[in-house]
Design a protein around this ligand. Structure first.
Ligand SMILES: Nc1ncnc2c1ncn2[C@@H]1O[C@H](COP(=O)(O)OP(=O)(O)OP(=O)(O)O)[C@@H](O)[C@H]1O
Length: 314
């Protein structure tokens, strides 16, 4: 059974000329790491809001862990954890109070007026999560005194308190510095491994999606492509060998004899697709002074894809 199932999803906002989401379909299996990418205005936040029961759909089928997002919204909410683009913390409360109210609202624990009076299972979980993301020192301070990065980490702790089966991350690292981004990803990867959590990610930092199982590109409310990052790179970009030799003429002569297209740049670039790098190198006799393989990144493929399909890269 798919953990997230979306079929022909349509969302037409009131008074909008065209639908924001125009018949989107995809499925995410249990434990999968799924990236939903696309330029500004593509329909990502609209889709994620419908999947997490905060926005109604116009038509289509959407289920989370088999539960219908509209008819069984309560069960869906129990299954999901959400980290939204816009922080949704109460700035007047302390970090711990934000976590406590959320955990009590979810029915995980009965409310007690202070941290000390809460059950030890609650205290241990909060302290454990706070330590992992490194905000234990700020736990009892007002949220308004925390930096943006720390607030984001607090939201993550809050969303993980009820050990969700599916974690929705809507641009989770926006506004975070490089060190915080890295530690956040280490933490999310740990959660995935330990709990088999299904992760649904939207991000404009395409490198964050490099290790996902499946990447879905949306553009102007439609799915433009849905496959593994490797398949996406393969279908769009050729890999390149970067070669050089003291005897450049000899090398280019050999490449021409083998019928291999090559460009003379600072070095000699040999794009390849059908052969492996090893097959090419094995057929060269000229002594090489440089041998490098240029692997395209997911971001290269993403930008090329949007350029080819007429969409603007974010
Ligand atoms: N409440 C709303 N009412 C009317 N139109 C809306 C509303 N929210 C979003 N839209 C429109 O729907 C389309 C999709 O927006 P959405 O926010 O889902 O895109 P996105 O892919 O999340 O963009 P970004 O990457 O900028 O966050 C856009 O044209 C947007 O202007």
């Amino acid at each position: 059974m798919a953990m997230i199932y979306v079929e022909e999803l349509v969302k037409q906002y009131d008074k909008a000329k065209t639908p924001a989401v125009k018949g989107v379909s995809f499925a995410v299996n249990e434990g999968e790491f799924f990236a939903f990418l696309g330029p500004n205005g593509a329909g990502k936040t609209t889709t994620i809001s419908i999947l997490t029961t905060t926005l109604s759909k116009t038509s289509g089928i959407v289920t989370i862990a088999g539960y219908d997002v509209e008819k069984e919204a309560r069960q869906v909410r129990e299954k999901v954890g959400i980290i939204f683009q816009q922080p949704s913390l109460d700035l007047q409360l302390s970090a711990e109070e934000n976590i406590r109210f959320h955990a009590c609202l979810y029915g995980m624990f009965s409310y007690r007026p202070t941290f000390q009076l809460m059950p030890s299972a609650y205290k241990d979980r909060v302290m454990g999560l706070a330590e992992i993301v490194g905000i234990q020192d700020a736990l009892f301070k007002p949220v308004k005194k925390m930096s943006g990065g720390m607030q984001r980490k607090l939201e993550i702790i809050r969303s993980l308190m009820h050990t969700p089966s599916v974690l929705f991350l809507d641009e989770p690292t926006q506004g975070l510095d490089a060190v915080s981004r890295r530690s956040l990803w280490e933490y999310i990867n740990t959660v995935r491994k330990e709990h088999g959590t299904t992760v649904f990610l939207t991000t404009h930092y395409i490198d964050e999606a490099e290790n996902v199982d499946k990447v879905c590109i949306v553009n102007q409310g439609r799915v433009a492509s849905c496959c593994s990052p490797e398949e996406m790179k393969k279908s769009l970009l050729r890999q390149e060998l970067v070669l050089d030799a003291d005897d450049r003429e000899g090398l280019t002569g050999e490449l021409s004899e083998l019928g291999l297209f090559h460009k003379k740049d600072a070095h000699i670039i040999v794009p390849y697709q059908d052969k492996t790098a090893q097959e090419i190198i094995a057929r060269l006799n000229t002594k090489l002074t440089l041998l490098k393989i240029n692997e395209p990144t997911l971001e290269d493929a993403y930008v090329e894809y949007l350029n080819k399909t007429g969409g603007a890269a974010a």
